[in-house]
Design a protein around this ligand. Sequence first.
Ligand SMILES: [Zn+2]
Length: 65
Amino acid sequence: MKRRLLDLLGCPQCRQALDLSVTHEEGDEIMEGELACPGCQRKFPIVGAIPRFVEKQNYADSFGL
Ligand SMILES: [Zn+2]
């Protein structure tokens, strides 16, 4: 994801602005990292330059249905 996207993203849970921590960056593209919400303490990984807003728990629940 582009770093400037951070301005557009908010926590899907409580709409707070997210804190970004980058572990791997290529040019202006953030490849790996984490978005953290200071409001509800949720964390969202950035994997393959895509922020993942679905929690692992939800994947498991979906498979169970
Ligand atoms: Zn939040």
